[in-house]
Unconditional design. Structure first.
Length: 185
């Protein structure tokens, strides 16, 4: 009997449930950018920092809108920039995620500017080792939802966690009302 292919979660959103108390991921929405049998990586979409890209990572400022905020991408390598972009037709990311969305890796030059529809810059990323994410899913720490381009570039990124849970339907309304600090309920 042939084994089934690995069910990659690339392009999925991980929406933290109230049972996930780790402050690094409490009330987060993570875009899974890569998922293999060896582990997974992604970026937290809903944690803008109070720092503009031109202040924190000036070399990447030409690739985003003027005044764009830098985002906390996750606890792994928090001083390393990660660029997530939606690309114009005919251009391709270094690490495709879904559709015309993906990551640019390594040194990013202004030569890619004509190919970028829109982009966000993250400080660090989220990462899981072999079987770690699968274990967290089995424990109910995350809810899955297919990513949409609008999620990645939401006008209200801090409201994204609640928004994604509400669009999943009536069974998630109560979860969406749980405050960041349950003692404030």
């Amino acid at each position: 009997m042939a084994s089934s292919p690995f069910p990659s979660l690339r392009g999925q959103l991980l929406v933290s449930t109230p049972s996930l108390h780790d402050p690094s991921f409490r009330h987060t929405v993570v875009l899974v950018g890569e998922h293999t049998p060896d582990g997974a990586l992604g970026v937290i979409l809903n944690r803008p920092l109070k720092l503009r890209v031109e202040e924190g990572i000036p070399q990447l400022a030409p690739l985003v809108e003027p005044g764009a905020l830098l985002f906390e991408g996750g606890p792994v390598h928090p001083t390393s920039p990660v660029l997530l972009a939606e690309f114009r037709e005919g251009w391709a990311p270094d690490l495709p995620v879904f559709g015309r969305v993906g990551f640019l890796t390594g040194e990013v030059s202004e030569q890619v500017l004509p190919g970028i529809e829109r982009a966000r810059v993250y400080a660090g990323y989220a990462g899981w080792g072999d079987g770690q994410l699968e274990g967290e899913l089995a424990e109910g720490a995350w809810v899955l939802d297919p990513a949409r381009v609008g999620d990645l570039f939401a006008d209200d990124p801090e409201g994204l966690w609640r928004q994604v849970l509400l669009r999943k339907g009536p069974g998630f309304e109560e979860m969406a009302r749980v405050p960041f600090d349950p003692r404030m309920n």
